[in-house]
Design a protein around this ligand. Sequence first.
Ligand code: ADP
Ligand code: ZN
Ligand code: MG
Length: 496
Amino acid sequence: MTAQAVETGDLATVIGLEVHVQLETDTKIFCDCSTDVGDDEPNTHTCPVCLGLPGALPVLNEGAVEAAVKIGKAIDATVPEETTFHRKNYYYPDLPKNFQITQYGAAICQDGELEFSVEGERRSVTINRAHLEEDPGSLQHKGGSIDTADYTLVDYNRAGTPLMEIVTEPDFRSPDEVRSFLAKLTEVLEYLGVFDATRDGSLRVDANLSIVDLSGVDADEIDASVLDEADPNRTEVKNISSHKGAEKALAYEETRQRNAIQRGRAVEQETRHWDESKGVTLSMRSKEEEKDYRYFREADLPPLRVSDWKEEIEIPELPDARRERFKAAYDLNEEAADKLTSTKEVADFFEDVAEQFDPDLAATWVADELLGELNYRDMQITDVSHRFDEIERLVELVATDEITTKNARETVLREMLDDGDAPDDIVEREGLGKTSGDEIQDAVVEAIDENPEAVSDYHGGDDGAINFLVGQVMQKTGGSADPGDVNQLLREALEA
Ligand code: ADP
Ligand code: ZN
Ligand code: MG
């Protein structure tokens, strides 16, 4: 029997995410081992609890719960009266207890929501739940990758690091939506101070994707009942550790599944592995089902009453609120406000500059000049945060008219970023100090004295002659005078 090809116009892409983020706490979630592991020797941040030795008892880290409640408030989730912990049972060498302590029934955050924008359009995604759990250890495959290594070592330094698993509804319709969502999510978490995106392995995404036969339903009308009805097979792609990686892995998976369907082949329900270096997803195993994990209550941790915490814990101003405030307070357009609140660090720096100088100037210099040049060099704001004083000095040089905007932009800022020099040194080295009013005035007088012909042309009604004289003055001042000012000064001198 030949396979029946399908009209791909009737198919929609459906994506849901399980995002694991590392919570910034000093110690692990169930013991007092430090989470500040850095490049320390393997297995030096361990104790009987995180090694899973018999008889060791977990003690819940209050800081992790606080961070979870902050996330709950930020995504407008329900925080239940009582939250409970469960054991998720499975065998893997990085999991010393043979179970992971996680949450199953009463997750600490339920039914939240996060808004984000894609290409200027606002979108909203429902967060089904977000729950606390412990990270397993890490495996080091020696002499190859997971399937080719000679042997594998286990490091339990990471075991017991607090994680929040954030599970979305299958609300995404394209890989680029996912990328924008992840950017927004990590931005919110950083604002909350519960997450550090620069920390290795702090974000891990499992991405679920299916292709749904719409049979007459509009793409934006896909809801739970439509998905139930269609019941598509889906794949879960694991091992994604960046926003860009998520977008790429999902784009690959989307094409792979659509091609299969188009050729009349079935899409297997399975777990796949994202191979970042090859840019492909590879089949790992058939997907486990919930019953495989034999979830049951963690008897060593009593239920935790958290309903009051939500009232008591305060969270800082979040990106959306800050963006609106920036628009109103500094009279910014949408695009500038978006850029200036893109990370907390950028927003804090902008406010600092705007307090000292004209807010318009601050916005131009932070949103356009600085972020533009950083972006061009593939640099982040965090790469220059230790040089904020120098960047403010550059803005000051512009604000006080000591150098021209053009020189500040095209020479000083670029050399600052490329060579690491201080703005005043660059100004001096390159001779960029603006020519003083007196020097310009002298040059104007000289230009008039030296060019009687142009002067009489001007008086004879040849307005073009002024351009020649402006050129002469610019030459005398080495290009550091403003041509508009020179024009004005020349006219005044010639009419006097
Ligand atoms: P499971 O019980 O298999 O873990 P869940 O309901 O917990 O399934 O959902 C796990 C993830 O799969 C969620 O992020 C959810 O959004 C996503 N998901 C569910 N259905 C689909 C689908 N049809 N296509 C893509 N992702 C889906
Ligand atoms: Zn420990
Ligand atoms: Mg699940």
